[in-house]
Design a protein around this ligand. Structure first.
Ligand code: GAL
Length: 688
């Protein structure tokens, strides 16, 4: 084992001889060294000296100490649990895991412990990690308690996780490798995650339009119906920024041709028409290349051994494959105005009868095997698409169904078909521990109340998206799929339309605030959506809160589901909190029972801050200037900072960005201080 310091608060431990293809070896973004230097200097975590490693025919077994008070978070997107202490995680890409095994769309071999460190294992292999599940032989030798009365006879009581008082171990079980690099990140949960994100290259900064409302249209849409939908939203004053096209736009979609079908006789005119109304278009696709695709022959030498849905699986680790795919996307779509893609099915599903994707034993021309490729393909695909936009000096905000290590710089949001609202909320909370973004999409809804609850959640997330690929009319007109298909609307469609419109407007008013949260993600590595434990690690009550989260600096969101009805418990951390919708004041450091009608999501604002809410616009256009109406809470604290730039290119990296700081002076007046020479995009109401 060889230990080297990589940056302030980050160390690499090399064990044996690592493999050739790893996340760090294939990284596309450099580490943000300067930002890391700005963090408080950190010492090597004490655990480092206690790491053991054993190598045998099974592979590598690495252990670290873990004490009884440690809580563990991370491992990528985990929909079924948040605190991983006491659990085993099996990190393997699987789009439809049935149990809480650790598998999922985006497993990441990174975790963070309240014991003061984070750990990243630089591998694409399946990893199994035991987070303090077992004691070593002899640890229990002194136990003598006998004849303890059993109070409850049930399986749950029998197997209930007993909080143990002994030191346990983290065991990392990595098979069939001769070595691996292990990275240690020092600090609290927040600092260790920050370091991991900055090591990854810093968080992404989406274009402003990406933060608006998204609407994925019906899979069977034709050109006219998409144009009508676009017009309809504007006519009904329903703010929407992005229109998504589902598989029906391809002339063949499973696998893909990447060519418009007969339903879209003149896509260029459609793109031009909707662009004039300030919409952006996002295209659904996946990587599996159908024989009728124009670049099939060219790609063949650079594809893996097995097909998926009759299509080639490109080896994106080969620059040739990436170039063929990228050149085509650039010329055919990006240059013609397409603003992003939905990279579907780049995960894996191999345990059911409708098994799809390539086997783990697949050989790829680059030398990677299928097991590695499953963990890598989502990231490689994102890099490739990101690069196409980058070369055009345009930012994208896109979707992807699988991701993995070092993903923070990628402006791609994860989503899923597993459609459990509570799990979707948890997804937001867990994704933030590993540099991922997650969309709690609205799709099918049981009834109007379900629609409202799900819709409220997306509006207070990092991706406000309706995925209406199964319904031709908006869900606020009809939630029942059969009736929607038949064009039959709900009796109270007007009511649901009004509530949704109200929330679309709230979303638009949050855009500048959210944009600032992303700037922070990029430069400081602090995720825009965070579990409470990030900011309040010392409060034991927050350690297991997986259904509330912080959004940006000053909002705490506690979404509700249909099952919650109109009441839920909300834990508010220390300090004073204000209701976002009214003047209510709440004392923190305890739980509150909150009553909220179906059209109200509980949202709280931290005491002593300024919330820069904007007057809502229908969509973000090239020349949009937001009018900001700052809301002052308490004494305004340090105020707020907004960022002005063109909202869509990379010029901000060259300094074309203003920092606009709004603070409250002693006399109660607001002060606006603007630094930078870039174009003005905000007018502060009453001040300018
Ligand atoms: C699924 C995807 C859905 C939708 C559908 C279309 O795989 O998760 O969001 O796009 O494909 O076939």
């Amino acid at each position: 084992m060889e230990l080297t310091q990589v940056a302030n608060g980050i160390w690499k431990m090399r064990i044996g001889t690592p493999e050739q293809h790893t996340p760090v070896a294939l990284r596309a973004f450099p580490m943000r060294e300067e930002a890391l230097e700005k963090l408080a200097p950190a010492e090597l975590p004490g655990q480092a000296g206690q790491i053991t490693c054993r190598q045998n025919r099974r592979g590598l077994q690495i252990t670290l100490p873990m004490d009884s008070s440690e809580d563990i978070y991370g491992f990528g997107l985990q929909l079924k649990s948040m605190n991983q202490a006491g659990r085993k995680r099996m990190l393997r890409v699987n789009s439809d895991p049935v149990a809480d095994t650790g598998e999922g769309h985006a497993p990441v071999p990174f975790y963070v412990s309240t014991g003061g460190y984070g750990l990243f294992l630089d591998t694409f292999r399946h990893v199994e990690v035991y987070m303090g599940t077992s004691l070593e032989k002899g640890r229990s030798e002194q136990r003598r308690e006998v004849n303890q009365v059993h109070k409850e006879f049930s399986e749950s009581a029998l197997y209930a996780l007993k909080k143990n008082s002994e030191v346990r171990r983290v065991i990392i079980d990595l098979k069939a490798v001769d070595g691996v690099d292990l990275y240690l990140f020092a600090g609290s949960v927040k600092e260790a995650v920050q370091r991991y994100n900055l090591f990854s290259g810093g968080g992404c900064l989406p274009p402003m339009w990406g933060l608006g409302v998204w609407y994925r249209s019906y899979g069977g849409s034709d050109q006219k119906s998409v144009e009508n939908l676009a017009e309809g939203f504007r006519r009904e004053e329903m703010p929407v920024d992005v229109l998504g096209m589902e598989p029906g736009w391809h002339s063949h979609s499973y696998s893909c041709t990447y060519q418009w079908s007969y339903l879209f006789p003149d896509p260029e005119t459609m793109i031009e028409k909707v662009s004039r109304q300030d919409y952006k278009i996002n295209l659904w696709e996946h990587v599996f290349v159908y024989p009728a695709a124009p670049f099939y022959q060219e790609l063949q030498p650079y594809a893996g051994e097995y097909e998926v849905w009759n299509g080639l699986v490109p080896d994106f680790c080969m620059p040739e494959a990436g170039k063929i795919f990228a050149d085509y996307h650039r010329e055919e779509f990006v240059k013609k105005g397409i603003a992003g893609f939905k990279l579907d099915e780049c995960d894996n599903s191999d345990l059911n009868a409708s098994n799809w994707s390539f086997p783990d034993v697949t050989q790829f021309p680059s030398g990677m095997d299928g097991e590695q490729m499953h963990a890598a393909i989502g990231g490689l695909y994102q890099n490739l698409i990101y690069d196409v936009f980058r070369q055009e000096n345009r930012r994208t905000y896109s979707q992807v169904r699988s991701s993995g290590a070092l993903a923070a710089p990628m402006p791609f949001v994860l989503y899923s078909d597993l459609y459990q609202h509570k799990q979707f909320i948890r997804g937001m909370v867990t994704a933030g521990f590993s540099g991922l973004l997650w969309a709690p999409e609205v799709r099918d809804c049981k009834n109007g109340a379900d629609l409202l609850r799900r819709m409220e959640t997306i509006m207070f997330s990092t991706h406000a998206i309706y995925n209406c690929w199964r319904i031709p009319n908006p869900p606020w007109k009809q939630v029942d799929i059969a009736k929607n298909l038949a064009g039959e609307f709900m009796e109270d469609a007007d009511y649901y339309t009004d509530v949704c419109r109200r929330y679309h407007r709230v979303r638009m008013s949050l855009l500048p605030y959210l944009y600032s949260a992303f700037v922070k993600y990029q430069w400081e590595g602090i995720p825009p959506v965070r579990a409470l434990v990030f900011d309040y690690e010392e409060e034991p009550e927050v350690r297991n809160v997986d259904d509330e989260y912080l959004l940006g600096d000053d909002l705490l969101v506690a979404p509700m589901t249909l099952e919650d009805g109109t009441e839920r418990k909300v834990y508010l951390p220390w300090g004073t909190w204000h209701g976002f919708w009214d003047d209510a004041v709440y004392e923190g450091g305890r739980e509150h029972v909150i009553h909220a009608e179906y059209d109200r999501i509980p949202v709280f604002v931290r005491e002593n801050c300024i919330l820069p809410l904007a007057d809502p616009v229908e969509a973000v256009g090239k020349d949009t200037v937001f009018t900001i109406r700052p809301r002052v809470y308490g004494n305004g604290g340090e105020g707020c900072v907004l960022y002005e730039d063109d909202f869509e290119t990379f010029d901000y990296e060259k300094g074309c960005q203003n920092e606009v700081r709004i603070t409250r002076k002693g006399d109660g007046e607001l002060e606006v201080c603007r630094m930078g020479e870039a174009r003005r995009r905000y007018v502060i109401a009453g001040r300018e």
